[in-house]
Design a protein around this ligand. Structure first.
Ligand code: HEM
Length: 420
C-alpha cells in the first residue's frame, strides 16, 4: 500500500494519473495541510472558495508555475509591493491569469470586450457547422479517436472563429494544436518554431497591425480597436498576448472535457439513452463532468499578507495549492461526491472554472462546445461505444491519463458508433 505521507505530489506519476486516493488522504488531515515547508494544500470546498475570492491576501502570480523561487527576499508581513516590483522577473508574471488588481481588471476588460455575449452567440452558430465538418471526416468509418479526430481541431477552430481568424488561415490554425503538458509540470516549449502558441502570436501580430492601419468591418478590427476601460488603446503586444492566451487556456481544457464526457456516455449506455431522449439534460450532465473530471485539478496562489488557513498560520511567500478536484469532491458540499448524478441540485457550485476575479473567461464557450458536440453526435449516431479493441473489455478497461499534477486529461479515447 502506498505511504501517502512520503509521496511528493510534484513528481509522483502514480498520484498524477490516479489522484483521488491521495486527495482523500490529504482531506483526512483537515481543510488545509502542509505539503512541504513552502506549500499548503487546500482540499476543503468552503476554505478554498474563500481563498479564490480573497485578492487582499493572495496573489495569482505563481498560478502557472506553482511553487517557485521568488526573485526577492521575503521580508515583513506584506509582500504585495515586492511582488509588483519584481513581477517582470517572474515567469509569465504579466499574463492575465497571473496579474493582480488593479492591472488585472484592465486586462480582463480587454478580454471581455472580445468575448461579448453577441460574439459568443455568433460563434455558437458556427460551432454547429464546425462540429458537423469534423464528424464528416470520420463518419463513414463508424469509429474515431476523440482527441485527434474531433476535439482538438474543434476547440482550436472554435477559438479561431471567436476571434475572427480569416477562413484562409484556419487550415493552418487547425494544425497548430496545443502542446501537451510536460511529464509532470505544464510548460510550453521555448523554441518559437515548435511552439504553436508563439506561431499563433505571429499571426495575430500581423492581423492587429493590419487592421489598425486598414480598419474593416470584421471581428479582427473590433479586436484591434478594443480599448482599455480608461479609454486608452492597448499596445499591439497586449492584444496579441490576450488573443494567444485564449488559445492556450481554451484548447486542451475543452478538448479533455469533451473526451471525459464522451467516455462517461460510452461507458454508461443507459445514461446515454436518457440524454439522447432529452437534450435539456445535457447542460446538467456537463456540469457534473466538469465537477468530477474538470481539466484543472489544482491551481496556485501566493500568500501576500500573513493569513490563517483553517488552523494554520501562513506567512507571506508561501504557495497555496487550491485542489480544485478535491474541492469538487468534498462530501460536505456534494452528497455522494464521487457519483455522477444529473439530478444533483448543486452541481453548478463546482469550482472547475475557478471563482473570484480570475474565474474562467472561456466558460460560456466551453459549455457551448460541450453541448453542440453532444447534440450533433446524438443526431447523427445511434449508439456511441468504447472501442474494445483499443481499451479492452468492460471489466478490464485501459485508459491513460496525463502524467501531470495540475491537469487532468485522458491521452486517447477510441469510440465506435452506428450511423443514425
Ligand atoms: C473545460 C474547459 C475549461 C476549464 C476546466 C477551465 C478552467 C479554468 C480555471 C480553473 C481558471 C481559473 C484559474 C485560477 O483562478 O487560478 C481559468 C481561467 C481562465 N480561462 Fe479557462 N477553462 C476552460 C476553458 C477555457 C476556454 C475555452 C477559454 C478561452 C476561450 C478559457 C480562458 C480562460 C481565461 C482567459 C482565464 C483567465 C481569467 C482571468 O485571469 O481573469 N478557458 N480557466
Amino acid at each position: 500500500m502506498t505511504n501517502y505521507d512520503s509521496v511528493d505530489i510534484f513528481t509522483d506519476v502514480g498520484v498524477a494519473t490516479r489522484p483521488d486516493p491521495f486527495i482523500e488522504h490529504l482531506r483526512s488531515k483537515g481543510p488545509a495541510t502542509w505539503l512541504r515547508p513552502d506549500v499548503v494544500a487546500v482540499t476543503d470546498y468552503a476554505t478554498g472558495l474563500a481563498i479564490f475570492r480573497d485578492e487582499e491576501h493572495y496573489s495569482t502570480v505563481n498560478c502557472t508555475f506553482g511553487p517557485m523561487e521568488l526573485p526577492f527576499k521575503v521580508e515583513g508581513d506584506d509582500i504585495t509591493d515586492l511582488i509588483e516590483a519584481h513581477r517582470d522577473q517572474i515567469p509569465y508574471g504579466n499574463l492575465i491569469l497571473n496579474q493582480d488588481p488593479p492591472h488585472h481588471a484592465k486586462s480582463k476588460g480587454v478580454l471581455m470586450g472580445i468575448i461579448t455575449p453577441k460574439r459568443l452567440k455568433e460563434n455558437e452558430e458556427f460551432l454547429v457547422t464546425l462540429a458537423d465538418r469534423q464528424i464528416d471526416e470520420f463518419f463513414k468509418d463508424g469509429k474515431f479517436e476523440v482527441i485527434t479526430q474531433y476535439s482538438q481541431p474543434f476547440a482550436t477552430l472554435a477559438i479561431a472563429d471567436l476571434l475572427g481568424v480569416p477562413e484562409e488561415d484556419r487550415p493552418t490554425f487547425k494544425t497548430l494544436t496545443g502542446s501537451l503538458p510536460g511529464e509532470i509540470g505544464g510548460v510550453a516549449p521555448e523554441d518559437v518554431s515548435s511552439n504553436p502558441l508563439a506561431q499563433i502570436g505571429i499571426f495575430f501580430f500581423k492581423y492587429i497591425e493590419d487592421r489598425r492601419a486598414n480598419p474593416q468591418k470584421d471581428v479582427l478590427t473590433d479586436l484591434a480597436l478594443q480599448k482599455y476601460p480608461d479609454g486608452t488603446l492597448p499596445s499591439t503586444v497586449d492584444i496579441v498576448t490576450a488573443a494567444t492566451f485564449l488559445f492556450g487556456a481554451g484548447q486542451d481544457t475543452s478538448v479533455r472535457l469533451i473526451a471525459a464526457m464522451l467516455r462517461y456516455l460510452a461507458e454508461d449506455q443507459e445514461l446515454q439513452q436518457r440524454l439522447r431522449a432529452d437534450y435539456s439534460l445535457i447542460p446538467k450532465f456537463t456540469e457534473e463532468v466538469l465537477r468530477l473530471e474538470g481539466t484543472a485539478k489544482a491551481t496556485f496562489r501566493l500568500v501576500k499578507k500573513k493569513v490563517k488557513i483553517g488552523d494554520i498560520e501562513v506567512k507571506p511567500g508561501t504557495s497555496v495549492m487550491l485542489m480544485i478536484r478535491a474541492m469538487n469532491r468534498d462530501g460536505k458540499r456534494f452528497e455522494n461526491p464521487a457519483d455522477l448524478d444529473i439530478a444533483r441540485r448543486n452541481s453548478q457550485e463546482h469550482v472547475a472554472f475557478g471563482r473570484g476575479i480570475h474565474a474562467c473567461a472561456g466558460a460560456p464557450l466551453a459549455r457551448a462546445e460541450a453541448r453542440v458536440t453532444l447534440e450533433r453526435l446524438f443526431d447523427r449516431t445511434k449508439n456511441i461505444r468504447i472501442n474494445e479493441a483499443k481499451h479492452g473489455p468492460a471489466n478490464a478497461r485501459e485508459y491513460n491519463y496525463w502524467k501531470n499534477y495540475l491537469l487532468r486529461g485522458i491521452t486517447e479515447l477510441h469510440l465506435e458508433f452506428d450511423p443514425a
